[in-house]
Design a binder for this molecule. Structure first.
Ligand code: AMP
Ligand code: GLY
Length: 430
């Protein structure tokens, strides 16, 4: 099979690494990819939302399967674009239709979906400029903290947890009246704050059957001890000690199964990953958000633990045999630690030379996934805020994290920063 993967981050390097191990994968192309993905296939200089150029590449390289990494092409309808085009219809697309991708593309859509299907989530209300005054009154009476969410895609920045009513009202005004996130914040969801521990669960579905392919805990804050600004994710661990059979059963019965049943009942076409962002509130799972793709850096620990052939799973998703697939995991723990550019998630510089990557593939226990990197003639350069995700296997979380950090000691670029405390709350739990 010839496969085209869309995206350029650590998630895509991990997906390329995993898919290239499949005997079903004859040729792999990545658009646009990074310096790491080129170890496993051919990078094509095409943007992820340039559907016409993607179409031409599919024809030129006789692509059989399109795997979509990030959310933007999905929300913009890449699935539907392929479905409608007679030259592309035969290609298996891994990703939901635009309508189903609204589970991530619109917070209001996803909240209504959860209400219709009785899926546990925080209580909420939604407001626009038309009922702005009502929204203010709602906020004034709301318990604290209160969570405000821009309805649309806002590059991970559209959520504010306000600890005072003044801050909440100011944020509400910024989002609705001053269009802080453009159209994405013309509607705002206001919801109850859930106190607990977050965990991400990943499912592959064809819209009626599903398989759980892994879970992970992400560390979103830039600073150690979970302090400072939110980032795309600074590191991950998997498996998570509190994800025992009893909790997973609740997640499956109350959240995963009703979600997939809801997709089927509402005829929302979904052939791809669902990312359940969950909160464990005193052993009870609640949905914080859905994403219509894999997580980053979650993929960098989920794929190394998944022993099942990923391309075979995609084919099973397409041909109706997903329910029969056998999901097997590596028994070991996995951790990934993200090395970022100085200044991230604020302003940062690019094009710094990365030293120490020569021996990156030398250990069986450690995998260096590239995120924001770019190859020039002689060097690998930084090309983004999140630069490398160093994943390691270990006998427990602390062991895996230590191996990642030891590898990072061999790697350097100007301004490089990483959190030393990924997995801190789990000690050496087994
Ligand atoms: P989202 O984009 O919906 O995932 O929100 C970003 C982050 O905000 C989440 O990963 C949580 O850490 C936090 N968050 C979102 N909604 C809530 C909530 N209702 N209660 C507590 N924290 C939340
Ligand atoms: N790491 C969180 C995300 O991918 O959205």
């Amino acid at each position: 099979m010839n496969i085209l993967l869309l995206g350029a981050g650590g998630r895509e390097h991990a997906l390329a690494w995993k898919m290239s191990q499949s005997h079903h994968c004859d040729a792999l192309f990545i658009a646009p990819g990074n310096a790491g993905t080129s170890q496993f296939g051919t990078n094509l200089p095409i943007g992820v939302t340039d559907f016409e150029a993607i179409k031409q590449a599919c024809i030129e390289y006789k692509i059989d399967m399109l795997v979509v990494g990030p959310e933007e092409p999905l929300v913009r309808g890449v699935y539907d674009f392929f479905e409608k085009d007679t030259a592309l219809q035969q290609i298996i697309v891994v990703g939901p239709s635009a309508k189903a991708a609204q589970l991530e593309g619109s917070k209001a859509f996803s909240k209504k979906f959860m209400q219709r299907h009785h899926i546990p989530t925080a209580a909420y209300a939604e407001f626009t400029a038309d009922n702005f005054e009502e929204g203010k009154a709602y906020i004034a009476k709301h318990s604290l903290p209160v969570v405000l969410k821009a309805d649309g895609l806002a590059a991970g920045k559209g959520v504010v947890i306000a600890t005072t009513h003044t801050e909440a009202l100011q944020t509400f005004e910024e989002m609705i009246l001053h269009k802080q996130f453009g159209d994405a914040s013309s509607k705002v969801v206001i919801e109850e704050f859930l106190k607990g521990i977050e965990v991400s669960v990943f499912v592959l579905t064809n819209g009626s059957d599903y398989q759980i392919i892994g879970h992970a805990k992400d560390y979103k804050r830039i600073g150690e001890g979970d302090t400072g600004l939110n980032t795309g994710g600074m590191g991950c661990v998997s498996p998570v000690p509190f994800m025992d059979d009893a909790f997973m059963r609740k997640v499956e019965e109350r959240i995963i199964a009703p979600t997939v049943r809801g997709l089927e009942q509402e005829e929302l076409i979904y052939h791809g990953f669902i990312f359940f962002g969950l909160m464990n509130v005193n052993e009870e799972p609640f949905v914080i958000e859905y994403n219509c793709r894999m997580g980053d850096p979650e993929t960098e620990v989920v794929m190394p633990r998944l022993q099942t052939d990923l391309v075979a799973l995609f084919a099973a998703m397409d041909n109706g045999t997903l329910a029969d697939a056998n999901i097997a995991y590596d028994e070991r723990y996995c951790a990934t630690v993200m090395a970022v550019s100085g200044g991230y998630p604020g302003d940062y510089q690019k094009n710094k030379i990365i030293q120490g990557l020569e021996h990156a593939g030398a250990s069986k226990d450690v995998i260096v996934f590239h995120a924001g990197t770019q190859q020039n003639e002689n060097n690998v350069l930084t090309n983004g805020g999140r630069v490398l995700a160093v994943t390691a296997y270990g006998n427990n979380i602390a062991d895996a994290v230590d191996k990642s950090k030891n590898k990072l000691k061999e790697i350097s670029f100007e301004g490089m920063y990483f959190r030393r405390d990924i997995g801190f709350e789990f000690g050496d739990s087994e």
